[in-house]
Design a protein around this ligand. Structure first.
Ligand code: FE2
Ligand code: FE2
Length: 309
């Protein structure tokens, strides 16, 4: 009789804790296969996204397979369905829980699952591999907590406000609202990063911009952080984040994020005229906000006049 491990979890998302448990099961019980079955209890990501992440995480491994029971809401129904559909398989299932049915071909064993899903949802991506990181960023899963967790409370409010205004400007200009919302959320992700890490990123990726005022470094660092650590691949979002302080890029999304960052209502001054201008004509709004911002930066000394001017 074939023996297989059976891990039932929400996989929201699948992470190193699940993979470690699969390795332990295989080794300890001499199994040729481990099956992963997702259940639907209290999940942030929907079933299809969690299932695709599982497929991506398991794809390079032989003998690890996913079971697609989208309509199984809980552990008990997954166990009953699997047990009757695969009578020739002896399942080794970790963690005997209250309510688990007594089934002839299922043996419950005591093994710890070190589930790191909650940390991953807050942006601690050390527990997931590159394919799952890419998928999370591509779909914008857990975006609010990933973008705000590294930030101080007042900045969390700021990035949410920028995201809302960005989506509104995008909508009024017939552009992609969802993408604008995501770029707005992520634009300050490096703002509260420690000096040492910021300097490391600047030396590595932008040695020729080290002379820029430190107040704008976070736009550069955020882009590389999103690209290298979180594995974001959307070049429009990356460019918008990379240009949100200095406004050096005139792609539509870059202009939106630059303007929304300066005009969002929580900034505490009346920006309704400029917001309306951005909504009616993004290019004109961008030029106006840029003009005002440059004057402000010169006054505060963040930006220097070019030599000779
Ligand atoms: Fe910023
Ligand atoms: Fe900002």
């Amino acid at each position: 009789m074939k023996r297989a491990g059976l891990i039932i979890s929400t996989f929201d998302p699948v992470n190193e804790g699940h993979l470690q448990l699969a390795r332990v099961l295989k080794e300890k019980y001499g199994l040729s296969e481990v099956w992963f079955a997702a259940v639907d209890e209290d999940c942030e990501a929907d079933f299809s996204n969690r299932y695709i992440m599982l497929k991506r995480a398991l794809s390079p491994r032989r003998g690890w397979r996913t079971v697609n029971y989208a309509n199984c809401r809980d552990r008990k129904s997954v166990l009953e369905k699997l047990s009757s559909a695969h009578r020739s398989v002896a399942f080794i299932c970790p963690g005997h829980q209250t309510g688990d049915p007594e089934l002839g071909n299922v043996t419950y064993v005591t093994e710890e699952l070190n589930d790191q899903a909650a940390q991953v949802r807050k942006g601690d991506f050390r527990w997931i591999g590159k394919p799952v990181r890419r998928y999370i960023m591509e779909k914008g899963l857990y975006a609010d907590s990933i973008a705000t967790e590294p930030l101080k409370p007042h900045r969390q409010l700021h990035v949410r406000s920028v995201a809302r205004l960005s989506a509104e400007i995008a909508r009024r200009n017939h552009l992609d609202e969802r993408k604008a919302w995501l770029a707005g959320l992520y634009h300050d992700i490096a703002k509260d990063l420690d000096d040492e890490t910021s300097l490391m990123y600047m030396k590595l990726y932008y040695p020729n911009r080290l002379k820029e005022n430190r107040a704008v470094w976070h736009q550069f660092v955020a882009r590389r952080l999103l690209e290298r650590y979180y594995r974001m691949t959307d070049e429009e979002i990356l460019k918008a984040v990379e240009n949100h302080c200095l406004g050096e890029d005139e792609a539509p999304l870059s202009m939106i994020i630059y303007c929304a960052d300066k005009l969002e209502p929580l900034r505490g001054y009346d920006s309704s005229r400029e917001i309306e201008l951005c909504c009616r004509d993004l290019k004109k709004g961008f030029q106006e906000v840029h003009r005002q911002q440059d004057a402000y930066l010169l006054k505060t000394g963040v930006k220097k006049l070019p030599a000779g001017s």
